[in-house]
Every structure is written in C-alpha cells, then in structure tokens.
Design a protein around this ligand. Structure first.
Ligand SMILES: O=P(O)(O)OC[C@H]1O[C@H](O)[C@H](O)[C@@H](O)[C@@H]1O
Length: 529
C-alpha cells in the first residue's frame, strides 16, 4: 500500500477517545472488511459477556467467582451496594492513612516520619505497584519506594543495603491476595528479621493488603501490625492495581490515585461502546485475533517509546499471558491458547532485537506506544530545529515504516503524556481487550490453573531436601554420592532432584553440607560434618 493509501486507511480506522486524548491506529494491520464482518457476531457475544461480567455474573466459572475490577473505578456500578461501599470506604481509608502517615501522625517507632516504603509481593501483587511507581514517580515523591518481588536472598540484601540506615523510617507493605504465597512470606520474614536486627518492632512498621482471614491477615493481627487493607475475592491479582494493592503504595508515594481511577473510568466508558470500530478494546482484541489467527500464532511485541513505560510490557506479560495462556477452552476442549508478550522500550530496542523483527523469523506483530509530551518544559536543540524528543518520534515512525516495508504488522497507541490519567486508561484498555479476546476464543481469562503445578513440584523438592538433611545429620561425617543418598531417603527415582539439591546445599553455608570432589561431578560425595 502506498503512503497515500495508508493515510486513507489511517483516517478510516483511527479509533479515538477525545476525552483522554487517546487514539488507536490499526492502519498497518492488514485485516480486511471481510474479517470484520466475519467477527461481527462473535464480537457481539463477547460484548454481551462483558456486560454480564460487569453486572456481577460468575464470569470465572471454574473458581465460581465474580470478576469485579471494573467496579473499582465506578463503585456505583457494583452489583450490590455493600460491594460499592467497601470500594469507597477503602479508597477513603487509603487517603486517610496516607495523610496521617505523611503528616507524621502515624509515625515509626524511633523516627519522626515514615520516608521510605518497602513493598513485598509477587505477580499481580507486585507488577502493578512497580509499573505505577516507575511510570509516575519523581524525585519529589512523598516516600521512596522499594520492592521485594522474589525469594532471591541476594535480591533482598541488595534492597536492604539500598535502604541502609533508613530502615527505621521505612514502612513495609506486605501484599498477597491469598496470603499464603511463599515468596512473599519469605520476603516478609527476611524484612522482619532486618527490623529486629535494629531492635525495631516489625509490627509497628508493617501493613498488610490481603484477603480476609488469610494466613497473612492472621499473622498481621496476631503481631499487631499497623493496619490491614482488604483484597477482595472478586478481584484477580493481575487486575488488582486499581484496588488497595496499587492505590495504597501509589498514594503513599504521593502519586495521583484519583487520576489513575478517573483515566480507567473514562477508558471503561469508551470500551463499553457497542459500535465496535469506535471501541478501542474491541478493536485491539480483533487485531490480536487477526494477527495471531485466534490461536496465538504470533507474539505481541510491545514498543513504548518512553522510558517511564518500560515496565508496561512486563506488567502486560502477566495480564495477557496468565489470562490467555490456557490448555482448555470453556467447553473443556484442548486448545493450548495464549499470546506471548515481550518488549522493553523504543528506541532502545532498535539497537537490540529490532534487527530480527525486520528481517528474521516472522512470528510477531508490534504495538507501538507513542507519547506526545516529551518532558516537563522545553528541550534544547541537539541539531538545527531538532530536539531529543523529535528524535524519539522519528525513530518510532521510522521503525514502524521499516517493519511495514517488510510486511510486518503493527498498531500504534497514542497518549498525550505519561500522567496518572493516561496510565489508568492504558491499564483499563488492556484489561478489557484481554477479556474480550478471551471471549472470542472461548476461554476463561480469570483463572490460572497451570500455576499450581510448579508450586506443588517445588514443595516436593523441599520435602526431599528435608529428608536428605535429616539423613545426613544422622550419619555425620559419612560422605555419600547422590545416588546413594537418593536410595537412602527412598527417592531413588528422584536422583536428579537429589543431585541438584545437594549441589545447592553444598554451595551455601546454611546447612553444613560439604562436597568432596571426584572424577566426575556425579561421583562427588556429600556429608555433614
Ligand atoms: O497475591 P498472591 O495471592 O500472593 O498471589 C501472587 C501471584 O501468584 C500466583 O501464583 C498467581 O499466578 C498470580 O496471579 C498472583 O498474582
């Protein structure tokens, strides 16, 4: 298609939300009118399903749960008054708590004010807060924010070192919907020990966000933590950023949570439009379907041309892949659905993997995110009549053209800035696009049955480790090979696991396991002195 024809196509299909200054351009996606016609009734059904979801249907049938993230930014639409009240009260509590804390009326044990924030969570209980903090944070924030989002000991040490002597001024926020996630529990225990190491009462510096009566909820109450905020059953982790999970850390950081909510609310309005080609979430879901053949045949490469949106692709990775990556469809048929998401930021990626996008394996479609506002205030000229921001746009348009020339499809989202309102809108857009797409391909977007398998298998590994340690301690000084030890603990078939566990034990000082080298790694002998 010539540049002139592309301009016509651009004008024909541009999907705009004037109140948000937002637009979605799908001119470089090579769908046909026939495709749109073919998708008309499936889309009608998907929009019906979305309406039912918003009205409180059990849209997550396997877990018999309602799906309520849209109510968070429009509590008046919640199917029961009590739910709406809970949302409003929690938001008021978030504001109140942050004001008290900022004013020093809620103060740490030995310092005047809380100035730092340590958020402990994983998956949906970390990615949203991380995205918001990174996208909107500035050096003038009310509190500096840090994260434990893994059970990596060195990762935690690194954060604690950064906090340094600010720990007495640090509020720790432990976030877990289930309240039983091991990585988060471990992070909490490590943080607790760090406070204790400074003779500080952890509870006086800790707040939980969790489901009622969860393990974490009970622990927080038993240890007189400062407060607990609710995490409701009808909010999924990956869509929890506009609940207390994302709003509390953001508000404590001093960010505009009302802006986040209003942007999402406005996008929700735009994405309820039954006029499909004017509904950006519906258009986006259609484009995913077109590009990936409704089977995830192509990956989604996300290229936001803005450093502040660098974590957006990481955030979307969970939202999209945990929602759409499913073995079975709603009728129980094996479909192995999904849509792989990766990306980082432009123009940086231009110097990393765009080479493959243009010339290599043709297994993706791209989404460019353009941000109109360059920075606060004016920019210097790096060349005649050219700023750094002009270059950023130039690279976006140039890369998009270079991909198009090689038959690579792309769509482009344009937002006016990276404000709270724009970010709220982007989050809401993708939440709904995921829901609509899931309906188009007949899967449940709101459960994650596959995640449990790895957790269970990890439990088996740790059980084998406990048996090994107990055996080695009972036979002090006796060095044995992995094969011998596996047989001795009744796990002969699990010898590879035994070997891997022993290698790790011997590499660390915690359990007193040592390793005597032999001719091959597999003949090495392990013992406890
Ligand atoms: O909030 P939590 O219950 O601790 O869960 C944290 C995360 O872990 C799970 O494994 C799920 O796959 C995620 O959807 C969830 O966000």
């Amino acid at each position: 298609m010539s540049q002139r024809e592309l301009w016509e196509r651009y004008k024909k299909y541009l999907c705009v939300c004037p109140s948000l200054g937002f637009s979605l351009d799908v001119s470089r996606m090579k769908f046909t009118e026939d495709f749109l016609e073919q998708m008309r009734w499936p889309m009608e059904a998907a929009l019906d399903a979305m309406e039912a979801l918003e009205q409180g249907a059990l849209s997550n049938p396997d877990e018999k749960r309602r799906v309520g993230h849209y109510w968070l930014r429009a509590p008046e639409t919640a199917p029961e008054a009590e739910i709406g009240r809970g949302i409003r009260d929690t938001l008021a509590d978030v504001h109140w708590f942050a004001e008290e804390l900022h004013a020093g009326r809620i103060a740490p044990q030995t310092a005047e004010r809380f100035t730092h924030l340590l958020v402990i969570g994983i998956g949906g209980s970390a990615l949203g807060p991380q995205l918001v903090a990174d996208a909107l944070g500035t050096s003038a924030d009310a509190m500096r924010i840090f994260f434990f989002d893994n059970t990596d000991p060195d990762g935690m040490d690194r954060v604690l070192t950064q906090l340094g002597d600010k720990l007495p001024e640090t509020l720790t926020l432990v976030i877990s919907k289930s309240g039983g996630t091991k990585e988060t529990r471990n992070g909490m225990l490590e943080a607790e020990r760090a406070y204790q190491g400074r003779k500080l009462d952890f509870g006086a510096h800790a707040v939980a966000i969790t489901g009622e009566n969860s393990e974490l909820d009970r622990y927080a109450k038993k240890n007189s933590w400062l407060r607990t905020f609710p995490m409701w059953d009808w909010i999924g982790g990956r869509t929890s950023v506009l609940s207390a999970v994302g709003l509390l850390p953001a508000r404590l950081q001093g960010l505009d949570v009302d802006g986040l909510l209003s942007g999402a609310r406005e996008m929700d309005r735009a994405t309820r439009n039954r006029d499909v080609m004017k509904n950006p979430a519906a258009v986006m879901a259609l484009m995913w379907h077109h590009a990936s053949n409704g089977r995830g045949a192509k990956d989604m490469v996300l290229l936001p041309y803005k450093d502040r949106l660098q974590l957006f692709s990481k955030y979307l990775q969970q939202l999209v892949m945990e929602s759409l990556g499913k073995e079975l469809d709603k009728d129980g048929k094996v479909v192995n659905q999904g849509l792989a998401v990766y990306g980082n930021k432009g123009s940086t990626d231009q110097h990393a993997y765009v080479q493959q996008l243009r010339e290599g394996v043709h297994n993706f479609f791209a989404t460019f995110i353009e941000v109109l506002k360059d920075r606060e205030g004016p920019s210097m000229k790096v060349e005649e009549d050219t700023t750094t921001g002009d270059y950023l746009v130039g690279f976006l348009l140039g890369t998009r053209r270079a991909l198009y020339e090689k038959d690579r499809e792309s769509m482009t989202l344009t937002v006016p800035d990276v404000s709270a309102r724009s970010l709220g809108a982007l989050i809401a857009l993708y939440e709904r696009a995921v829901g609509i797409y899931a309906s188009l391909v007949n899967i449940n977007a709101y459960h994650q049955p596959g995640v449990e398998a790895g957790k269970k298998a990890a439990g088996v590994v740790l059980e084998i480790q406990r048996k090994l340690l107990s055996h080695l301690r009972g036979q002090k000084g006796q060095a044995q090979t992995a094969e011998q030890l596996a047989a001795a603990v009744g796990a002969a078939d699990e010898v590879e696991t035994v070997f891997k566990v022993l290698e790790h034990l011997a590499a660390n000082p915690d359990h007193g396991v040592t390793r005597a080298e032999a001719a091959t790694p597999f003949e090495a002998r392990f013992s406890v002195a």
